[in-house]
Design a protein around this ligand. Structure first.
Ligand code: TYD
Length: 223
């Protein structure tokens, strides 16, 4: 039976991961490779409802543990309905956020800690981990200002996905720190992409680095 390849994109809101995921999908598809693109929360009928609930700034007073559990409910549905079938049919699955987001945002940002996120992952996700995770780490301020600009545009179009971006900077500092911790722990799975100079920070330069990593990993995988 063919086995697919599972790639996730991670980073703060406004880190550019959605743009890079789409560019990568286009390149792989142009090479004739079968690609499935999805995101979390969302992507399934149930998941889209969970997403609307979790991201809308009108939703108030979600207990941190309820927030964590809803992220996993969404993920369980996505695994059964989208990710596992696509991998079983040999697709490259590109997923915008996965359990690292829950560890960073709920474990770090909401200070629930890593342990119960990882325990829940084992229980709910059959311990399925990505083959490769691309973690985009531009600095916090440029990520957040990009996310806020985008949200103003979304609001004009009638989409309210503002609940997380309304958080304090300290929430994002804890989330960012947890992402770094994950990258240090998961050295073989997680590749952190940081830019030292403005020239390295362009969309083209970052996409080039991403493509190089993906090509190497796919070659190892199929070789
Ligand atoms: P996303 O649509 O990826 O936002 P963006 O395009 O701005 O990166 O994710 C929506 C929000 O959900 C984002 O603020 C992070 C949050 N989130 C969590 O807090 N925990 C999770 O497990 C996931 C998947 C997302």
């Amino acid at each position: 039976m063919p086995r697919g390849f599972f790639i996730t994109f991670e980073g703060l809101d406004g880190s550019g991961k959605t743009t890079h995921l789409r560019l990568l999908a286009r390149t792989l598809q142009a090479r004739g490779l079968p690609v499935t693109v999805t995101r979390q929360p969302g992507g399934t009928e149930l998941g889209d409802q969970i997403r609307a609930l979790l991201l809308n700034s009108q939703t108030q007073n979600i207990a941190p543990l309820a927030e964590m559990a809803l992220m996993f409910a969404d993920r369980a549905q996505s695994l059964q309905q989208i990710i596992e079938p696509a991998l079983a049919s040999g697709h490259i699955v590109l997923c915008d956020r996965f359990t690292d987001s829950t560890e960073a945002y709920q474990g770090g940002g909401r200070a629930l800690g890593s342990e119960r996120i990882l325990e829940l992952h084992r229980a709910v996700c059959g311990n399925r981990w990505p083959d490769l995770t691309l973690l985009l780490l531009p600095d916090i301020d440029s990520s957040l200002s990009r996310a806020r600009r985008r949200n103003v545009h979304q609001l004009i179009e009638g989409v309210d996905e503002n609940r997380f971006e309304a958080e304090q900077r300290t929430f994002y500092e804890r989330t960012f720190a947890k992402y770094r911790e994950i990258a240090q722990r998961e050295v073989s799975r997680v590749v952190a992409i940081e830019a030292e100079t403005p020239a390295e920070a362009t969309v083209e330069a970052i996409q080039e680095r991403i493509l190089k990593v993906v090509e190497e990993r796919l070659a190892q995988f199929s070789g």
